[in-house]
Design a binder for this molecule. Structure first.
Ligand code: AMP
Length: 114
């Protein structure tokens, strides 16, 4: 898998506003937020897209989701609500090919997405 800007964030080669870290997951604020709260959660083990994830990575995928949910709860906005998005490949709008969850919160979010 080709290195991405998220690898540089993982290696602390470029700055990021990191809000969450455990052994397997890093969470940092999106540089171009689409909501008052917009955090990206990435696996430290790179996976290019959701389409590349394998059954052997099921636990890691679960950890990503639980990291986002736990952080939202700890920040106090889980009860009001939030959205978790994974963009996959071109038509999904993916621009960085290192799997990531977008956690969006802090305003009522429209549906359907554009
Ligand atoms: P996606 O379009 O789903 O691949 O999302 C990639 C996200 O990464 C976009 O929302 C970008 O704003 C965000 N992004 C790109 N570069 C950085 C960076 N250096 N730090 C934080 N977020 C970034």
């Amino acid at each position: 898998m080709a290195a991405t800007i998220f690898d540089k964030i993982l290696r602390r080669e470029i700055p990021a506003d990191i809000v969450f870290e455990d052994e397997q997951v890093l969470g940092f604020r999106d540089i171009a937020p689409q909501a008052p709260v917009h955090v990206l959660f990435i696996p430290k083990t790179p996976i290019a897209t959701l389409d590349d994830a394998t059954p052997a990575q099921a636990e890691l995928l679960g950890r990503l989701l639980l990291a986002a949910a736990g952080w939202a709860r700890a920040q106090g906005f889980a009860a009001d609500g939030y959205r978790v998005v994974v963009n996959c490949n071109r038509d999904g709008g993916q621009t960085v090919y290192h799997l990531h969850l977008h956690l969006l919160a802090g305003r009522a979010l429209g549906w359907p997405p554009g």
